[in-house]
Structure formats: C-alpha cells, structure tokens
Design a protein around this ligand. Structure first.
Ligand code: KIV
Ligand code: ZN
Length: 513
C-alpha cells in the first residue's frame, strides 16, 4: 500500500499575493470549483483578516465547494483565528492554518519577540483554533532559516496543543534539495510526538528550487505539499502543483506515495488561473506550456511515430491536452452552447450571465467560423468580467495607414453616461489607450502589454494582457477578441476597473498589532 500525498493548493492565498494577481470573489469561486474538479485535497482560500473582500472570498468558496477541505490562513492572534473560523462556517470540511515566524532574524527584527514568547503565542493560537475545528495546521514561518533545535521545541509544543498538520515553509526560497530533505527527516526523527501529525512543506522558488525542495521533502517523509497552479506566488512564486503532481505520478518507481487528483483537469486549471490573473504561461513551461508536448525535430517525430515512449514520459491527454477540435459554429443554438459549456465545467450563476456569453458567442461566430474550446473559455471569462464593470467599451474606430499617424475614436460608458474621445498615437493600440486616458484621466503607468493567440490561424482571437500601476498598487487586465486592438481596449478597461475600485488589505506576513 502506498501512502497518500495530500495536495494543498494555495493559489487563492499565496498565489494571490503576487503583485497584480488579486482576484474578485467570483473569480476565486471559479478557480476553487476548478480545483475541486481537479480533486485537490485542501484549498487555502485566503486570509480572512486581510480585508472585508478577503473574508467574503473565503466565505463564498466555503459555501461553493463540497469535495475539498477549505482552509483559511490566520496569524497567531485571536482576532485572525476568530475571523477565519467565521469565514469558514459554511464549509463542509474546514481547516484553520495559523503561523508565526521562528527564524532568529524574523523573531528579532520583525516580531521583536523572544523565542519563549513565540512558543507561547504559537501554542495559544493552536488551542484557540481547536475551539473551532480539530483540523488545525501550524507553520513556523521562515523554517528554512530557523534553528532546528528551536523548530523541534515549538513543533512538539504545538502538536501537544492539537495541531494535526505541521507545515515547514521555506519562506524565502533559500534551501537546497538535499539539505531541505534532511531537515524534514531530522524533525520527524527528533520530535517525540512527530507521529501525531502530518508533515507538510511549502517552498518558494527564489532559487528555482521550489519543486525540487518539495520532492526531496516527500522522499524524506513529508505527506502534504503546498503548491500553486502555474507556480503562481509572491516574487518567484511557489512550487508548481502540476509539476509536483506529475513528478510523483510519473516516478512511482521512486516515490512511496501517490496523489488522488484527476490530472486530466490540470490544463483547465492552468488556463483559468492564467486568464483570470493575466499571468501568461511560458511556452516551455513543464506540463502546461504550449510546447510541453510538441515535438519539433524530425528525429523526435520519427521516434514518436514508431513508439510514443521513445521521447514522451507522460501522455499529453493525462494532463488535459487534446487536439484542437471544432466544437460549435454560427448555427449552434443556445441549448447547444449551454450544454457544451457544461461539458467544459463552465456554469453560469445567472441567466443574464448566460445571455451575455451567448450573444458574445454569436458575435464571435460571425467573425470566426470554427469555434474551439479555447475560444469558449476566453469568451466566457470576457463576458463574466464585463458584467460588473463601471467603465465599459461602447465602440471603437481605429485608423491605421502607411505613411499616416494612427488615430482612434472611442466611446465609453462611464458609470452610465456615454462619452467619446479621439487621440493619435504611435500605433493603433497606443492611440486607443491615449483616447481612453483622455476620458478617464487615471494617470496609471503601463507596466506590461502582451498579446497571445487563443487558437491557431490568423482568424484566432487575440488574448491581451495589460499590467497597470498606480501609487504602488499593481493590477492586471485581460481582454479577448478577433480584433487585437479591441482586445487591447477591453484589457486596458478591465485593469482600470480594478485599479479604481477601493481595496484596503493587509499582507499576512505583516506583524499583527
Ligand atoms: O511562505 C510562507 O512562509 C507562508 C506562510 C504563511 C505559510 O506563506
Ligand atoms: Zn508562502
């Protein structure tokens, strides 16, 4: 019998902490439902004490998901723990994850607390969380730079206090695989009550070693890995879920444990997270990159045709890749549209949302005769995101001609009032953004602008991503259309809608008052 490796996804919490990756409540629910279909064991849905929006996000996920355990993060203070418990009330299976820093540098410089005080606070936090649930996880933050004697002391105390999962974070991505694996083994061997808890790891990717460190920990007895879809996360990100899962699955000759995920859902999750956050997936990214299963060279293609195993260690279908198939056309009706989306696990929360998506589908089918699953996914994201925006695109006319300065005329609906403007620019996209700015006067800085084709061919939809910054706040916006200038306008407006909405949120790793 092989052990179970618990997959704890933190895309909605640690992933969301990457600058510009913040998500709305509805977006969080969509991702959480996709993670549930992937059969992720635990979903860390957020940090409820951060803001009212974060609290509502965790609450909505706890209500929507039935098959995965929903976890909320709390600093080791009563207020955070009580707030987490409140947000998790509707969950079928709930976990509270509390943490406090244990490295000398964090205890001295950030917390200004002595090691004794830190142990006392950790024990009190676990006991308080146990008042609400018997599923309590404790993390000694910056464990990767903490002294192992102190880790042994605090972990023994929190297990006695009732923690059933002990997570060892390499918060700053400082560790190397061999050393990190040995740390896990040492803790498991030295802590007298270690057998009363599951050991977990949470690795950051600052040295590009998050997945390697996590796998080394698994080989040394860790039975939970914390990870994110596409490796999303602060700075260089967290360990990528798809890489951990497929490494363990593919190398069953090495790992004494296995995951219980439905790996065919991996690509769906990857695309959804990329579309919602606006963080593109690099083409050569393992498992989910566009080239991950593409065989360019003649020798490889020849080998693959003779026997797939010559160059492929995994089956593309096992992670959700399939060859592009036309799925709907301009004569498809509403019920075929709804039924097909249901097959893609895309459901609508209201009839209005379905109607908006269906009319966008009809517009698209007029321009592009063959509609693929990828088109539908992009189109639905577009329809959902335009519903609640206070800046909406009404019309856009762009003129681009050799030897002439491009210009754009745009009409926006700004909080119910239509306004138009005209601008010139160095190209049609530049002219469009300038026309928008002359109406909105947001004074944002454009940090990133990218265009990707959704499917193959020149009739493909272009998916545009923009990243805007204002006063230190960074947001991403996305838009899709067969006309990439219109897609650009949609993406810019999508980001402006986010940047002008008020948010006041705390970072979980800030010291509590
Ligand atoms: O990286 C980290 O230490 C964390 C903790 C809050 C678990 O994200
Ligand atoms: Zn982290």
């Amino acid at each position: 019998m092989t052990d179970k490796l618990i997959i704890f996804d933190t895309t909605l919490r640690d992933g969301e902490q990457s600058p510009g990756a913040s998500m709305t409540k509805d977006e969080k629910v969509r991702i959480a439902k996709a993670l549930e279909r992937l059969k992720v064991d635990v979903i860390e849905a957020g940090f409820p004490a951060a803001s009212v929006g974060d609290f509502e996000g965790v609450k909505a996920v706890a209500q929507a998901v039935r098959e995965s355990t929903i976890c909320a993060l709390a600093r080791a203070v009563d207020g955070d723990i009580d707030r987490s418990a409140e947000a998790l009330k509707a969950a079928k299976s709930a976990r509270i994850h509390t943490f406090i820093a244990t490295s000398p540098i964090h205890m001295q410089m950030k917390l200004c607390m002595s090691p004794d005080q830190v142990v006392e606070r950790a024990v009190a936090a676990v006991k308080r969380a146990r008042r609400y649930t018997d599923n309590v996880e404790f993390s000694p933050e910056d464990a990767g730079r903490s002294e192992s004697d102190f880790l042994c002391r605090i972990i023994e105390a929190v297990i006695d206090a009732g923690a059933s999962t002990i997570n060892i974070p390499d918060t700053v991505g400082y560790n190397l695989p061999d050393r990190f694996g040995r740390l896990i083994l040492e803790l498991r061997e030295r802590i007298p009550n270690a057998d009363k808890a599951i050991f977990s790891v949470h690795c950051h990717n600052d040295l590009g070693l998050a997945v390697a460190n996590s796998l080394s920990a698994v080989l040394n007895g860790a039975r939970q890995v914390e990870c994110t879809i596409n490796g999303l996360g602060e700075r260089a990100g967290n360990a990528a879920l798809e890489e951990i899962v497929m490494a363990v699955r593919t190398r069953q000759d090495i790992f004494p444990c296995d995951v219980t995920l439905d790996t065919t859902q991996i690509l769906n999750c990857s695309r959804l997270v990329s579309t919602i956050t606006g963080f593109p997936v690099q083409p050569n990214k393992a498992i989910v990159g566009a080239n991950a299963f593409a065989h360019e060279s003649g020798i490889h293609q020849d080998g693959i045709l003779k026997s797939r195993e010559t160059y492929e260690i995994m089956r593309a279908e096992d992670v959700g890749w399939h060859t592009n198939k036309m799925v709907l056309g301009k004569h498809s009706g509403r019920s075929a549209f709804r039924a097909h989306l249901k097959g893609l696990n895309i459901e609508f929360t209201s009839e209005e949302e379905l109607n908006a998506a269906f009319s966008r589908f009809k517009e698209l089918a007029d321009k592009k005769h063959e509609i693929y699953d990828e088109d539908l996914q992009a189109l639905v994201s577009d329809s959902v995101s335009t519903e609640r925006e206070h800046l909406k695109l009404v019309s856009l006319k762009v003129c681009s001609e050799t030897g002439e300065t491009p210009h754009a005329k745009i009409t926006l609906n700004i909080q119910g009032v239509e306004k138009s403007s005209h601008a010139r620019g160095s190209g049609p996209v530049d002219a469009t953004f300038k026309a928008i700015e002359s109406l909105v006067q947001s004074h944002v800085t454009l940090l990133v602008y990218s265009v990707n084709n959704v499917t193959n061919g020149t009739d493909s939809q272009g998916e545009v991503g923009v990243r805007l910054e204002k006063g230190g706040r960074v947001v991403n916006g996305q838009g899709a259309d067969t006309d990439i200038v219109i897609a650009s306008a949609k993406a810019y407006l999508n980001a402006l809608n986010k940047i002008t909405s008020p948010t006041e949120r705390q970072h979980p790793q800030n010291t509590p008052l």
